[in-house]
Write a protein that binds this ligand. Structure first.
Ligand code: ACO
Length: 437
């Protein structure tokens, strides 16, 4: 953090002495006012529910310019990574700060590939769930459960433990997601196959059966790999902040990542891709394109509680760059599968067009986010809607780990402990039961 020449002065209208607060500059993006000594100097806290103006940490991993619609991983634009790199190269970049050279890539790919099997006991744990359990409920349990299986990598303060738990989590997540899927449809689990790429292996574990081999289609592999790249990290979003806060207590990495999975599940975050596809299907059932106007009117009516899922973002106040890439991928996948006339895709494009021209959305700078098209791609690949958020969790695991490791390595790291503005009852005495009205 570079100190700025400029300082902020905080003054009070009640005559209390004003104080000077240091300002730090990042490499890009807004400066921050350092309020760490505010309480000690003034006896006051800041108030910022939802963290609208609060930088919770300093980080050198991911940068978003929400006004420009720009997303950089370690300085590289997401568009270039999506075009020139595969998901494991992106993982390497997020974890270690630089893109791998050919030898580093080979070594990293081999390490991840050789950690894809999960402890055989995991299947018995999985068997305890109802077959109709939501995959995110299962995944939260399985990821948390990993700490019960890999005791040699649970010390978050030990760099070797952090390294091996990172590789294990990245490698085993596809196996766990595929197992959760196979369990839900009553099919046998398919073991990983080391000759396949990370993403081709995942598709095979999902769709092969012992009776029939599955030949991964290159276009679909590339599309899913791109989905993984686009979801790999997104700076201090709700689930990443959850992982950091959870990990800040010194808990083990598997437990911290399980907390991230749980947070991601919510419909305002990772659950939006599932909610978005359900919404498109609902409009389709209502009558499709002809009913868009009626649906948009409902969205604009604040009393309806209906939101246009896949639209809007806390940080992007412009087109989400990931949504643009996802739209392209959508064309490629539907073309490859001969689904160019897919009614849901047509509906999504029409809905997007109408919303982008509507004053309600224009005034609020509401644009499509990554979830608007990713569901259509996943559905075309054959992934069930209920698994979408688990796929997101699989991809985001690397971001969570990179952010967690960055936090633990930061000399200024402390347990996260927000304060509050207390508005409840002041101190009072308990009355015996008979005297309470
Ligand atoms: N549909 C309709 N109106 C919306 C939408 C939407 N999708 N999103 C925001 N608005 C409106 C709000 O009602 C509010 O209007 P007002 O100023 O008249 O009260 C205004 O736009 C600002 O919205 P907030 O909810 O205050 O913005 P916030 O930053 O808190 O919300 C969020 C961001 C949660 C993503 C929101 O846009 C949303 O719910 N979108 C739909 C869910 C979704 O797609 N989530 C995916 C996010 S991306 C991801 O996690 C990968």
């Amino acid at each position: 953090m570079t100190p700025s020449d400029v300082k902020a002065t905080l003054s009070f209208s009640d005559g209390s002495p004003s104080i000077e607060l240091p300002i730090y500059k990042g490499t890009i993006g807004p400066d921050v006012i350092d309020i760490r000594k505010l309480y000690a100097q003034t006896g006051k806290f800041t108030y910022d529910p939802g963290f609208l103006s609060t930088a919770s940490c300093n980080s050198s991993i991911t940068y978003i310019d929400g006004d420009k619609g720009e997303l950089l991983y370690r300085g590289y634009p997401i568009e270039q990574l999506a075009e020139h790199c595969d998901f494991l190269e992106t993982c390497y970049l997020l974890l270690y700060g630089e893109l791998p050279n050919a030898a580093q890539k080979k070594e990293f790919d081999a390490r991840v590939t050789h950690h894809t099997m999960v402890n055989e006991q995991m299947q018995f744990f999985l068997r305890g769930f109802r077959r109709d359990a939501h995959p995110m409920a299962v995944l939260t349990g399985l990821v948390g459960g990993m700490s019960a299986f890999y005791h040699d990598s649970t010390d978050i303060n030990n760099p070797q433990h952090r390294e091996i738990s990172a590789i294990r989590l990245i490698a085993k997540m596809p196996t766990l997601v595929a197992m959760a899927y196979k369990y839900s449809v009553g099919q046998p689990y398919i073991y990983p196959k080391n000759s396949l790429s990370y993403t081709a292996n995942f598709l095979r574990m999902m769709f092969a059966t012992p009776c029939e081999e599955y030949e991964p289609n290159d276009v679909l592999v590339r599309a899913l790999d791109r989905i993984f790249i686009l979801h790999a990290d997104h700076e201090q979003n709700a689930s990443t902040s959850t992982v950091r806060l959870c990990g800040s207590s010194g808990t083990n990495p598997f437990a911290a990542i399980a907390a991230g999975v749980a947070c991601l599940w919510g419909p305002a975050h990772g659950g939006a891709n599932e909610a978005c596809l359900n919404m498109l299907e609902e409009i389709q059932r209502m009558g499709g394109v002809a009913k868009i106007g009626e649906f948009i009117a409902k969205v604009k009516d604040k009393n309806s509680g209906v939101r246009l899922m896949g639209f809007g973002h806390r940080v992007y106040k412009n087109y989400d760059p990931r949504a643009k890439l996802m739209r392209e991928t959508c064309h490629e996948v539907l073309g490859e599968l001969g689904l160019g006339n897919d009614p849901l895709f047509k509906l999504a494009m029409e809905l997007e067009k109408i919303a982008l021209e509507d004053e309600y959305f224009v005034a609020r700078k509401l644009y499509p986010n990554v979830d608007f098209y990713s569901g259509i791609v996943q559905r075309a690949i054959g992934i069930p809607v209920s698994l979408f958020t688990a796929i997101f969790a699989l991809a985001r695991t690397v971001g969570w780990i990179a952010q967690l490791n960055e936090m633990i390595g930061d000399p200024e790291y402390k347990i996260g402990r927000p304060r509050q503005l207390f508005v409840g009852s002041p101190k009072r005495d308990v009355k015996p039961l008979a005297q309470r009205g």
